[in-house]
Design a protein. Structure first.
Length: 174
């Protein structure tokens, strides 16, 4: 029992953080730009991830909410969204504090680490945190997206596969 608790706690610490080495490796591997433009997976409902980019957090969050709708998950469309950039402790990239409050999305982001993340890392991290905040998932459910392994190298294929698993797991919980 103690061992399981320890593993869960470690997973919690790592899942919302990012290892600098992994980050720089991912940033340099993100080179397949020409193929991505035509990839239909980047279009979600009425939005396109590539057009939104990764500079506007409100628009990224709005895309996540639309993705929920596309996947037949009912979420409040009048959520109060707050994104705060500040210095977070111990390599933590992002914190969600709106868990359990379905009218509020509150994200705190460490700006220094965030700016060094690759595009796909940013989306993966955002979906992870909104998995907490919007879907109220813990690290123990939601598949790989909610229990990010430390050394996992995130690619777009991981992102699209893992987010679908997260949505399916969520729907099975209902
Ligand atoms: Zn987390």
């Amino acid at each position: 029992m103690k061992k399981i608790l320890l593993v869960t706690m470690l997973a919690f610490v790592f899942a919302c953080s990012s290892d600098d080495d992994t980050v720089s490796a991912d940033a340099s591997s993100d080179t397949s730009e020409t193929n991505e433009i035509d990839d239909p997976r980047f279009t979600i409902g009425t939005k396109n991830m590539k057009e939104i980019g990764v500079d506007n957090l409100e628009e990224m969050i709005s895309l996540f909410l639309e993705d929920c709708q596309v996947n037949d998950i009912v979420v409040s469309d009048s959520q109060e969204i707050a994104v705060i950039f500040e210095s977070l402790p111990d390599g933590i990239v992002m914190l969600a504090s709106g868990i359990g409050n379905d009218d509020k999305i509150t994200l705190k982001i460490d700006e220094d680490i965030w700016t060094r993340l690759s595009e796909v890392d940013k989306w993966y991290m955002l979906y992870h945190e909104l998995g907490h905040d919007v879907l109220n998932l813990m690290h123990t459910s939601g598949g790989d997206m909610m229990s990010i392994e430390v050394n996992k190298r995130v690619t777009w294929d991981h992102f699209f596969t893992d987010k679908q698993i997260m949505f399916e797991v969520y729907k099975d919980l209902d």
